[in-house]
Design a protein around this ligand. Structure first.
Ligand SMILES: Nc1nc(=O)c2c([nH]1)NC[C@@H]1CN(c3ccc(C(=O)N[C@@H](CCC(=O)O)C(=O)O)cc3)C=[N+]21
Ligand SMILES: [Mg+2]
Length: 293
């Protein structure tokens, strides 16, 4: 394999292939645990409203569960579901011994406060890793359930075989669900971390010195290919649907590929890994609940 410094066309970090491999391992472990404990790991998925894109994601999560031998419990609620009703359902699922993981698909309708919902989930069942308890565990270097997208990005980075200690990492985007936990993951791995966000001045100057770029701004084509440092690793968390139905990311892929040593495609990069880590977290939550940890 080529080293990360001498290429002119980037190596592809194939999230689909890595997902297939990891889901095979997760499925094997789920089968062993089902045999040993007499029940399968269970994931409850709640979706409020009828956003078509959200329904596609939820369908893919349920399909992923099925294939990995994880039982999925589906709760599809109308858009006018009250926050109180949703909190009642979460409380029931928190008590349900067959449910190891609870996921409330976001975004929820405007009359529902996502922070209140996330905090209502038992941290031991928070397979999204969004609860402040789980974010705090990661911040304190004692990770428990880790946020799926950053966790998936760490698995992709591990595929390069490179030691992350002392690497210059630049994250673009400071959201609760990607940028911030991503910084905590990279810090835990020994990297030097910069988070850029909407108030950052001269984004280009930060990208130009980055050995690892994590693009999670949610702005199509924000990261210009010519900014990328020769040989850098580029992880594109962005996902944008174009008018012709195709998907693209936050990075100018073709141009960036000429500079990067490694790059994730969109689709087929971070997206499948997010669902894979959700399945991994559900198996981990099961082990926590049955005391098999
Ligand atoms: N509570 C919660 N947890 C989430 O993890 C969560 C969420 N809410 N809300 C929405 C975002 C988005 N998300 C994605 C998952 C998989 C792909 C994925 O598999 N993408 C495929 C393409 C899929 C397609 O064709 O549309 C790919 O990149 O190859 C993308 C995005 C999880 N999210
Ligand atoms: Mg952001």
């Amino acid at each position: 394999m080529r080293s990360h410094m001498d290429t002119h066309t980037a190596n592809i970090l194939d999230g689909k292939a890595l997902s297939d491999r990891l889901r095979g391992e997760i499925g094997k472990e789920a089968a062993e645990l089902t045999q040993k404990h007499g029940r399968a790991p269970g994931l409850a998925v709640i979706i409020v409203g009828n956003d078509p894109a959200s329904h596609v994601y939820v369908k893919n999560k349920k399909l992923g569960c099925e294939k990995a031998g994880i039982h999925s419990f589906s709760h599809e609620l109308p858009a006018d579901t009250s926050q109180q009703h949703l909190l009642g359902l979460i409380s029931e699922l928190n008590q349900n011994p067959k449910v190891d993981g609870i996921l409330v698909q976001l975004p929820a309708p405007k009359h529902i406060d996502p922070e209140t919902i996330i905090e209502a989930i038992d941290p031991g069942k928070d397979v999204d890793g969004f609860h402040p308890y789980n974010v705090g565990r990661l911040a304190a270097r004692q990770p428990s359930l880790r946020s799926c997208t950053p966790y998936g990005c760490m698995k992709l980075l591990a595929e390069t075989g490179l030691d992350l200690h002392g690497m210059e990492c630049v994250i673009v985007g400071a959201s609760n669900i990607v940028g911030r936990p991503m910084a905590l993951e990279l810090l835990l791995a020994g990297a030097t971390v910069t988070i850029c966000h909407r108030f950052t001045e001269n984004l280009q100057s930060h990208i130009e010195r980055a050995e690892i770029v994590i693009a999670a701004a949610g702005k199509r084509g924000l990261i210009k290919g010519e900014w990328i440092k020769q040989g850098a690793i580029v992880i594109d968390v962005g996902i944008h649907r174009l008018e012709d139905g195709s998907l693209t990311g936050d990075v100018e892929f073709d141009e960036a590929s000429k500079k990067a040593g490694w790059i994730t495609p969109v689709p087929g990069g971070v997206g499948p890994m997010t669902i894979t880590m959700l399945l991994a977290n559900t198996v981990q939550a099961f082990k926590i609940h049955v005391g098999d940890e």
